[in-house]
Every structure is written in C-alpha cells, then in structure tokens.
Design a protein around this ligand. Structure first.
Ligand code: DQA
Length: 142
C-alpha cells in the first residue's frame, strides 16, 4: 500500500492555530504517527502540504496512478473549490476527505463540502485520529 497524505491551507500551523478547535499536535506529529501506522501494514506514506489551491491540484494530478489512496484534508478549500472537486473526479486514485474538527458542529459555511460527492469517503471530527481512521480504511480494505 502506497498512501499519500495531502493537506491544504493553514494545516502547516497545526499546534499553533486555534488549539481549542484543532488540538495541540503538529503536522509533523501527524506525519510521523501516520507513517509508522502505514509501515506496520507494510506500506509507505508520502506527505505534501500546500497553502495554494493550484499546487494541491498539481499534486493530485501527479499522484494519479502512483498511490493506492490519498488522505486529503483540503481545509477551507473543502467548502469553496470546484477546481479541487474536478481534480479529484479526474483521477482514478481514491481520495478520502479528512477533517480534524467536526465541521457539522461549526459555522454553517463549513457544513457543505464541494468535494465529498466525488470522494471515496469522508472522516470528520476525531482530531488526529481522523487521519488514522482514514488510513485504516485503505490499509484494512482487502
Ligand atoms: C478543517 C475544517 C475546515 O473547515 C477548516 O477550514 C480547516 C480545517 C479540519 O480539519 O477540521 O482549515 O479541514
């Protein structure tokens, strides 16, 4: 299993930004823990984060066919980006949409996802375990 962890805008600030919403852990911690989990299953994890919509789109294009699955926290672009939706729809590699916070308990503009309908699945609201659960969905999918 080759998995890609992809994170969108402001996720580089985990551990500093809105800790009451997103917790104290950093993106580096997520990367380390997830990489260890994937390795336990004999797989490999790559990671990419960008604050730029176009870079995320380029990354999805490059990832096509190279990975068995993509764990994607599109952050605020979840709620706005038709371009990311089209990119996910354009590739064959399945994408799981991941959110740290429970977006449905938050502002109404976060209740809508432009991306969920073209994703393989969605995991929302379990803190850094959201990433683990998404990885397990690929790793334990026999
Ligand atoms: C988020 C939820 C989004 O609404 C927000 O814009 C983020 C993070 C999450 O992981 O909970 O930046 O994707």
């Amino acid at each position: 299993n080759r998995l890609l962890l992809l994170n969108g805008p402001n996720i580089n600030l985990l551990g500093k930004r809105e800790k009451e919403v997103y917790g104290e852990f950093t993106l580096q911690t997520v990367e380390h823990e997830l990489s260890a989990l994937v390795q336990e299953y004999g797989g490999e994890l790559d990671s990419f984060q960008s604050n730029h919509e176009g870079e995320l789109i380029d990354c999805l294009h490059r990832a096509n066919g190279k990975y068995d699955g993509i764990l994607f926290n599109p952050a605020a672009y979840t709620h706005t980006s038709v371009a990311l939706r089209d990119a996910i729809a354009a590739i064959d590699t399945p994408v799981i949409e991941v959110h740290i916070s429970n977006v449905h308990q938050r502002e109404t503009f976060r209740h809508q996802s432009m991306l969920a309908a073209v994703c393989y699945g969605q995991i929302v609201g379990f803190g850094k375990n959201s990433y683990r659960l998404a990885a397990l969905a690929f790793l334990e999918n026999k």
